[in-house]
Design a protein around this ligand. Structure first.
Ligand code: URA
Ligand code: SF4
Length: 202
């Protein structure tokens, strides 16, 4: 079982990758979502930020990090002195997973099987962008990039490495900050981690 691999083009760069993405049937999530949400940003970005999966708003608009978590990420990036237009943003899983509840669609964490199925897209994006630093946002992205044993809460803000040797840093997911009961503290900690990421850039 190879998940998305057979839909990932092996040449043609980011244009080919984005053209192929909507055809993916690497797991079942495509059939419930409105649309796939591609990564966004310059192919020469020095920093790649990896989130979890599109949310309800992203699924409707087809753009990454445009909902509540995205607004928080935008504010935190500004405070950390990072221009969103300079970074490549993507998700570990490219389709929205949800549970219908009445008229609402409630976010559901992607399974390990879905994370693994979608990971060929993430690997292909990393191979094209070749970022100097990968910022891992939350435990789903950590599962995709650092393995199931990695605990974000224990290692947030630390310099780590992906298995391929790429410098990386993990922090919490912006939606965890949105939901936090200690919002001011957790927002400041998130900004601190993003500043630490900037300091890790070569
Ligand atoms: N959360 C994510 O991880 N990615 C998005 O695009 C939106 C919310
Ligand atoms: Fe393909 Fe990923 Fe969508 Fe599953 S979630 S269908 S693997 S793009």
């Amino acid at each position: 079982h190879t998940g998305a691999q057979r839909w990932v083009p092996d040449r043609g760069g980011m244009r080919a990758l984005k053209a192929a993405l909507p055809e993916c049937r690497g797991c079942d999530l495509w059939s419930y979502a409105e649309q796939v949400v591609p990564g966004e940003g310059p192919v020469r970005a020095r920093m790649m930020l990896v989130g979890e999966q599109p949310g309800d708003v992203e699924d409707k608009q087809g753009r990454i990090f445009v909902g509540p978590a995205g607004r928080l990420l935008d504010k935190a990036l500004v405070e950390a002195g990072i221009d969103r237009a300079d970074v490549y943003l993507t998700n570990a899983v490219k389709h929205f997973r949800f549970e219908p509840r009445g008229k609402r669609r409630i976010h559901k964490t992607p399974s390990v099987g879905q994370i693994v199925a979608c990971s060929p897209w993430l690997r292909a994006e990393q191979a094209i962008v070749r970022p100097s630093l990968v910022v891992v946002l939350g435990s789903v992205a950590a599962r995709a990039l650092l393995g199931t044993g990695f605990k974000v809460t224990q290692h947030r803000g630390e310099a780590v490495e992906l298995p391929d040797g790429t410098p990386a840093m993990a922090t919490v997911h912006p939606s965890a900050v949105v939901r936090s009961e200690e919002f001011r503290r957790d927002f400041a900690l998130f900004v601190d981690d993003l500043k630490a990421a900037v300091a890790l850039l070569p």
